[in-house]
Ligand binder design. Structure first.
Ligand code: ZN
Ligand code: ZN
Length: 133
């Protein structure tokens, strides 16, 4: 089996989902790809994802799910706010985070390569439940 065909199937998988949806663990990618490529095994998927991450086609992040989450690197960067209580994930645009990164780069003479930031906290609903005011 050609590794390039696995990569193509993974890219197709991302193309079929919206930015919001297209966050998959290696396990989820495997379950999506398996029906289309029955000979594939989990380590092939894992290696393909690693290779695509190094090539900058995919980004990997910890979204508090216990497993790394992979997503295609699109043209539009975005970030997430994850509620630790209910697990709700909000997607935010790069504008304010990008500004912060540029400032950090200037102040520290450091090039930030992180392109997908996940911040953990408590969402509006959970906050109003626990401290009503
Ligand atoms: Zn994301
Ligand atoms: Zn919440």
């Amino acid at each position: 089996m050609k590794s390039s065909s696995v990569e193509q199937l993974i890219l197709d998988l991302y193309a079929q989902h919206s930015t919001e949806e297209a966050h998959f663990t290696a396990q989820e990618v495997y379950h999506h790809i398996k029906p289309r490529l029955p000979s594939v095994n989990q380590s092939t998927i894992y290696r393909a994802l690693e290779r695509m991450t190094r090539a900058g086609k995919v980004s990997v992040s910890d979204m508090g799910l216990g497993a790394a989450v992979y997503e295609a690197v699109g043209n539009e960067h975005h970030h997430h706010l994850v509620c630790q209580e209910c697990g709700r994930v909000q997607t935010i645009k790069d504008e304010s985070v990008g500004r912060l990164f540029r400032q950090i780069e200037r102040e520290n003479n450091f090039e930030v390569l992180t392109n997908h930031l996940v911040l953990f906290g408590r969402c509006h609903a959970c906050r109003s439940k626990s401290d009503p005011d």
